[in-house]
Design a protein around this ligand. Structure first.
Ligand code: G3P
Ligand code: CA
Length: 246
């Protein structure tokens, strides 16, 4: 089972910051997840929320700031264990750290309501310039239009179907949608794993990864269910040398 460093080692360092990614690498992670946004001047950056209220107590949206403005804001401010200044990193800065260690990288595009028109093409252009990275990259988005556009732009791009509104009743429809975009992975909240029947999803041809598993007993339960990967804020969740366990 993959142990995927979720927003870096974000249980120990401020999420989606260089510090969190450096720490995940240090802890032995080989599988990584981060969230993508785009600044007003077109820079792809890693951050979870569309705005900076939660991470920096600042009422500003990433889409409305230039990178020069954004990089002055401390997005570690919310992280009481270590609030020392950390900026929102550019995508290439994140990759400089994680790519040499990575065997698998999940780029989650945050693009609800297509707030970043053309971001799919921007990411694809970035990946096409880096063929080795393209091979390791798996792109996902909660926004179905974003996933559709990714597939429309590239039949070769590896995609994961991502949904937070799932139930057993809705599963057949979700599987159909995942097939329609030729996703190889199926990602959902781990609390639904019992209800959704992991075996059925795998039988349909998908690898199953679940988020966000931060307790060891839940991680073991997911492993028993046959889950292929867990997103976790604690890459050492299974023990000190298990950040890269397959
Ligand atoms: O991509 C898996 C997981 O990260 C989705 O949830 O809200 O943590 O981005 P969220
Ligand atoms: Ca995410």
């Amino acid at each position: 089972m993959k142990i995927i460093a979720h927003r870096g080692a974000s249980g120990y360092a401020p999420e989606n910051t260089l510090k969190a990614f450096e720490l995940a690498v240090k802890m032995g992670s080989r599988d990584f997840e981060f969230d993508l946004h785009r600044t007003r001047d077109g820079i792809l950056v890693a951050h979870h929320d569309f705005d900076l209220k939660r991470t920096a107590a600042t009422d500003a949206k990433i889409a409305e700031l230039t990178y020069a403005e954004l990089k002055e804001i401390n997005v570690a401010a919310h992280f009481s264990k270590d609030p020392a200044f950390q900026r929102v990193p550019r995508l290439e800065e994140v990759l400089e750290i994680v790519e040499p260690a990575a065997s698998w990288l999940n780029f989650e595009i945050k693009n609800d309501g297509n707030v970043y028109p053309g971001i799919e093409g921007d990411l694809l252009a970035f990946l096409r310039l880096r063929p080795a990275l393209f091979e390791k990259a798996v792109v996902s988005s909660f926004d179905p239009g974003t996933a559709d556009r990714c597939r429309g732009l590239s039949p070769a791009l590896r995609l994961a179907y991502l949904n937070h509104g799932l139930s057993a009743v809705l599963l057949p429809v979700a599987l159909k949608k995942a097939k329609a975009i030729s996703a190889e992975n199926f990602h959902f909240n781990f609390r639904l794993a019992g209800l959704l029947n992991v075996a059925e999803i795998k039988k349909a041809g998908f690898r199953v990864c679940v988020y966000t598993v931060n307790e060891k007993n839940d991680a073991l339960r997911m492993k028993e269910m046959g889950v292929d990967g867990i997103f976790t804020n604690y890459p050492d969740i299974m023990g000190t040398n298990a950040a890269n366990s397959e």
